[in-house]
Design a protein. Structure first.
Lengths: 93, 93, 93, 93, 93, 93, 93
């Protein structure tokens, strides 16, 4: 399985929305965040004192993110998103 | 419910002003900040010493922000804004 | 009343100069700073040690700033400017 | 043999995908990460206290990265990629 | 009188050179620094430990700066320049 | 002889590849790193504690770098490259 | 005489090469560094602990720099260059 590195999180995308090409829209007018399930969590980035910084989401949680965040990875025919934890907007309670 | 992550705040938008497309206007000539009610507050960003940095607004307060700040999220048919606490301009007393 | 957040200051604009559209002019050739009265001062930004950094202006003082700095807020039919303290150029003695 | 410097990793590229010219596509719409085998690992970057920062991958592991990351090097007729460890997205378990 | 804020210095411009519009010329080919007299010095910026950082020029000294640095202020019919101390190039002995 | 300053290294370029004008190509599609011999090593940059940061290459070693890195210097009719140590990609064993 | 401020160095330009307009050429293809004699050295920049950072060149030394670095100053009919010490590439032994 894929293990995300650093402060990254591996997400199984839930809803595949309509793509609007590769164009980044300015402002918050048109960007529709999507959500997905956390599959794996990286070890965390290393701070200036050599300590790992915690990541605030756990495996199994549903997270929301802007649809232009992260990088898509196709692995064993499944579509995942590798996204920095700091780019996650919210988590469902 | 949605819990904002890091230094983010979840806001229920109060007044939906006229959109002027997705174009960011330069300067402060035309940008009209909007306001909303704080619904949830994130745990805060982590500083260089591993401590959480406080967020200066509380649930229930009315906050003002530039209308191009933050990211809109539609959740259970309601429109929210996820915005970094540092992008909030002012809070009503 | 509005309370500015972080290192921001709420200013009541004094002189409303002629607008030259929303275009930022390069260099210092045409930018005419304006001045206003400080109405409220934020708690200050938090430094890397978790302490509030002081803000060098007080309520009632007249401050000068570049006319493209800050964000305009209309609140109770009055026009204010929310501006970061670090963007204030000078204060009248 | 080539020894990567600093926080860099030397990777033997596994799958050579179709090139889409030298144009960087915006967003995650079209970018297909690739994978490769770690051949050598640099000593790590030096942090603000003069210590080496660890690199989270080891020789022999399969790593995934965005196809526009890193720099290609042709050495002894073999194609390698020199990439910063922080640009690696994930490692296979 | 105007008191500059932070790491800023108030300068009375000495020689008003011919303007070449508001266009910033690239490189050092055409930029002619100008000089002026220091009228007032700000309290200094605050460093990461909460201390004021010293400013290396004093009232009455003649300083040199790139003509595109700083912001012009008209105050009581006099033209001043508010400029960050770090943008001053040299001081006359 | 020339002594590089700070974190810079003086390199005698080995192979002069075909130039493709002064245009920086995006991505790693076309950039062909070159190699050269280290002629001299700077004293190292100074970190936040006032200490010199070590440079990981030595005189006589063969280093590889992206062909758009560094600055060419003609000195006594020889062509050298002055390049920051952090821009060196790899060193030959 | 002119005293450079901060981490700046005052250089008497040695060879005035042909100008190619004010256009910055990309890459290292066409940029020809020039050299000059150090006339004066600033006190050094102040680091995060309030200490002056040393400057690695001395008055009388010949330094090399990229011809687009620094700012030209005409002072008493002589042409000088004020350049940050960190932009100096090398010093002649």
């Amino acid at each position: 399985m894929l293990k995300p590195l650093g402060d990254r999180v591996l997400v199984k995308v839930r809803n595949e929305e309509e793509k609007v090409g590769g164009i980044v829209l300015a402002g918050n007018a048109k960007e529709k965040p999507t959500s997905g399930e956390v599959i794996a969590v990286g070890p965390g980035a290393i701070d200036h004192h050599g300590n790992r910084m915690p990541i605030d989401v756990k495996v199994g949680e549903t997270v929301w993110y802007d649809k232009y965040s992260g990088t898509s990875i196709k692995y064993n025919d499944d579509e995942y998103l590798v996204i920095r934890a700091g780019d996650l907007l919210a988590v469902e309670d």
